[in-house]
Design a protein around this ligand. Structure first.
Ligand code: ADP
Ligand code: GLC
Length: 494
């Protein structure tokens, strides 16, 4: 199959969250399965430098509403793969180092930035004479692609391509002024309640959900949660109506990047059969966060965007009690909302040597935080899939997680009577429940070390590789292509 990925983020070039890991690793896995995969991504000013990127000779002409715009395309390959990346350069639109510009992701010119990405991805296919079988879109920034395929492209070659929209997070939908329709060149009739329109505004995610051939999200539990009012962020009815085309596929881990036995970013490597290197990582992590180097004290880490979704305000609420009632250490690596950044900074000043925080984004520290931790904290209010807990399990840090979304599907709760499980889960999104569950992990560590080690090894021996999920995507692409072909026979191009 020819598969075109259109994405706002991509490991190793630019990353805000797990979406970037997923697009990079899934593309590599699909390529290994024998598919031809190409990726289109904006060339943001903050993109990691790509040594082998070559500019295309001719500029790309992008056909927007009533005018043409120009972009320069740089081609490169995804490291260690045959996947082709097309980097879309446009000085005014992508001159900012940040991907989404601003905390809400709905800044005014994001409408233009991501409409441009969607339209350019299609025009690039014509210009390179490469028509994909499937266009795989990721989250609201690429939500307009399926609308183009069903309208402006309906009678052109790209209209035959099936579309798949993956929902990594339904909370962020891309709400913009309706005049984005004029800018986009889409026909005005897409702006209606059974399409792009929502409460008088354009909602990119909603439009994409209406128009894509198939929809996936990143875990089966989240697929169910978003179809009811509590989890759907206003889109639950629509998602329920499209449930026949909606599947939850759990994310995998790129084991070339995340394998404690081979990880070059660690001071020592280790495996389920020989955990000794983990102690060296723990000592290095304690040093890096200004904690007392004490092998016997359980060290809990956080590696996260600091946003409401992640439930870290619950941790802030109980940190004084944790520090006074339990003999533990905490290390927080994250960046995000100012209130949370300030709260963690204040805690690390108040409890020097026992509570450490690093406010920023640092991939090497993220690896060390998984490797050196005894446990990872992830009290998410909702979690479409979550990758941090997968890394933690593979690195021998049984996580403490709230039972929601992909955390339900990936973390098996510890059973004291059977010594089974891979982590510690709780249900109620309250500070008390988090406190009790950290207490449970802590007492397991101190009082039942054999069980604790068993949990570590259980997680480390799990197969979270992409092999299985890439195969599932492969069959979803096939179904999408069949539906698209059938829709053309019936002249109904959705
Ligand atoms: P989300 O995509 O919602 O942020 P995930 O758990 O799916 O959550 O993915 C988060 C990814 O971002 C993981 O790869 C994690 O290691 C990484 N990450 C989060 N915060 C940081 C940080 N401050 N520094 C480095 N990596 C981070
Ligand atoms: C989103 C979700 C996260 C998921 C990631 C990759 O950022 O918040 O749960 O793991 O996308 O799919």
């Amino acid at each position: 199959m020819k598969i075109l990925m259109v994405t706002p983020e991509l490991v190793p070039l630019v990353k805000v969250g797990g979406l970037a890991d997923v697009v990079g690793a899934l593309s590599k896995s699909l390529s290994l399965l024998g598919h031809e995969v190409r990726i289109v991504l904006p060339k943001y000013a903050g993109l990691r430098r790509v040594e082998d990127a070559q500019p295309m000779k001719d500029p790309l002409i992008v056909h927007l509403g009533g005018h043409e715009a120009y972009a320069r395309i740089w081609n490169c390959t995804l490291p260690d793969s045959d996947v082709v990346c097309h980097l879309l350069e446009h000085n005014q639109l992508y001159d900012s180092p940040s991907v989404y510009r601003g905390p809400s992701g709905d800044e005014a010119d994001n409408a233009q930035r991501f409409t441009f990405l969607s339209r350019a991805a299609i025009d690039l296919c014509y210009q390179t004479e490469w028509i994909p079988d499937v266009v795989h879109c990721h989250d609201w920034p690429t939500g307009l692609v399926p609308l183009y395929l069903n309208t402006t492209e309906a009678d052109r070659p790209m209209g035959q391509a099936a579309s798949l929209l993956t929902l990594h997070n339904v909370q962020h939908q891309g709400w913009f002024h309706r005049n984005v329709v004029d800018y986009s060149g889409l026909p005005q009739h897409v702006f209606r309640p059974d399409g792009l329109e929502s409460m008088g505004q354009a909602n990119f995610l909603k439009g994409g959900i209406y128009h894509s051939t198939k929809i996936t999200t990143v875990s089966p539990t989240y697929a169910a949660e978003i179809q009811v009012a509590d989890g759907g962020h206003g889109l639950h009815n629509l998602l329920h109506n499209r449930s026949a085309d909606l599947v939850g596929v759990i994310n995998g881990v790129d084991t070339d990047e995340w394998d404690p036995a081979r990880d070059e970013l660690l001071p020592a490597r280790f495996s389920a059969d020989n955990l000794s290197g983990k102690q060296i990582c723990k000592a290095r992590l304690q040093e890096a966060f200004g904690l007392e180097v004490a092998p016997e004290i359980p060290l809990f880490t956080v590696v996260s965007r600091l946003v409401e979704q992640k439930g870290l305000d619950l941790l802030v609420a109980i940190s004084d009690r944790l520090m006074s009632e339990m003999s533990i250490q905490i290390a927080v690596l994250g960046t995000g909302e100012a209130a949370l950044e300030e709260a963690f900074t204040a805690l690390s000043q108040r409890y020097r040597g026992r509570f450490g925080s690093f406010i920023g984004f640092d991939n090497e520290l993220a690896h060390l935080a998984a490797a050196g931790a005894d446990s990872l904290l992830m009290p998410s209010r909702f979690e479409p899939c979550g990758l941090s807990q997968l890394y933690a399990m593979l690195y021998g840090a049984p996580p403490v997680v709230r039972a929601t979304g992909g955390l339900v599907d990936t973390v098996e709760n510890y059973s004291e009577s059977h010594s089974t499980g891979t982590g510690f889960t709780f249900t109620d999104p309250s500070p008390e429940a988090l406190f009790d569950t950290i207490g449970w992990a802590c007492s397991t560590y101190y009082d039942r070390p054999g069980d604790f080690q068993q949990l570590q090894q259980n997680g480390m021996r799990k197969d979270f590789s992409w092999a299985l999920s890439a195969g599932t995507y492969e069959s979803i692409y096939e179904q999408a292509m069949l539906s698209r072909a059938a829709a053309f026979v019936g002249q109904k191009k959705v």
